[in-house]
Design a protein around this ligand. Structure first.
Ligand SMILES: N[C@@H]1[C@@H](O)[C@H](O)[C@@H](COP(=O)(O)O)O[C@@H]1O
Length: 259
């Protein structure tokens, strides 16, 4: 795991965009996209680089992490709609290149299997962007999710429903259930970028990075992954015990090869 502490949220967004740009410019790529407010600055950066820097996503594909059960892809708060509005419609992904889970599938268990198969058929995810919930969830893998879990239905905690209520007109409209890639599924991405900004994420980041690997903090499963880059601003890094070490080592690898 590489922990990169940056002065501001804008620096986190730029650095994440650098890693994604490098991947996309290397050839046809499969990106794993997260929703939530955390990656929005990164998506803005990528849109800007598409418009003014010629960055093209035309040969790339994207897979969403998760989806609310019961929301059609046309519902404004479905993650399908959100990712289109915040990112993918503003760049040049091909038609059908942005994949998501169908929240209205009649048989969610089959939908989960279909999704796993489609990620595999695409060759797996090259770079996965992740935010983190205040309780340490990634995707919608709430505490106590199996560290080996695959795409499946999950029930949201009260905390997550409260955290996400700000996106809905009425807090009671936040669905109880979701479909989410599992921790095992996410862990197959070849490079994972975990992003966090602000003090509200400081505890979750400390538990994910320095705590024990435990289902109580699903993001701690990332400690088992060979290539994770954690990009945090000062506030989100504020509860890390070994900040000095991370700051001393960043950029000083014997053979620096970027993120
Ligand atoms: N399923 C999403 C996660 O993918 C996201 O990381 C988390 C944090 O959201 P935010 O970035 O808005 O803090 O929220 C949701 O629960």
């Amino acid at each position: 795991m590489e922990i990169v502490i940056l002065p501001t949220a804008a620096d986190v967004a730029r650095t994440a965009a650098d890693a994604i740009e490098q991947q996309v410019r290397s050839g046809p790529s499969v990106l794993g996209l997260a929703t939530g407010s955390t990656p929005l600055g990164t998506y803005q950066e990528l849109i800007e680089r598409h418009r003014s820097g010629g960055l093209s996503f035309a040969t790339s594909q994207a897979f969403l992490l998760d989806e609310y059960l019961g929301l059609a892809s046309t519902h404004p708060q479905s993650y399908h709609s959100v990712i289109r509005g915040e990112f993918t419609d503003s760049v040049d992904f091909g038609a059908d290149a942005v994949h998501g889970l169908d929240g209205t599938a009649k048989d969610p268990a089959s939908e989960a299997l279909r999704y796993e198969a489609s990620i595999e058929a695409a060759g797996g995810v090259d770079v996965q962007i992740l935010g983190i919930g205040t309780d340490g969830h990634i995707g919608f893998n709430e505490p106590m999710s199996s560290l080996a879990s695959r795409t499946r239905i999950k029930t949201l905690t009260r905390q997550t429903r409260q955290d996400n209520a700000r996106f809905f007109e009425n807090p009671a409209d936040v669905p109880d259930h979701v479909l989410t890639q599992g921790l095992g599924t996410i862990g197959e991405a070849r490079h994972i970028l975990l992003l966090a900004m602000g003090e509200s994420k400081a505890e979750a980041i400390a538990a994910a990075v320095e705590g024990p690997v435990a289902a109580m903090c699903p993001a701690s499963a990332l400690q088992l992954h060979p290539h994770v880059t954690v990009l945090v601003d000062e506030a989100a890094a504020s509860k890390l015990a070994h900040r000095d070490y991370y700051q001393d080592t960043f950029g000083r690898k014997p053979q620096w090869q970027g993120l």
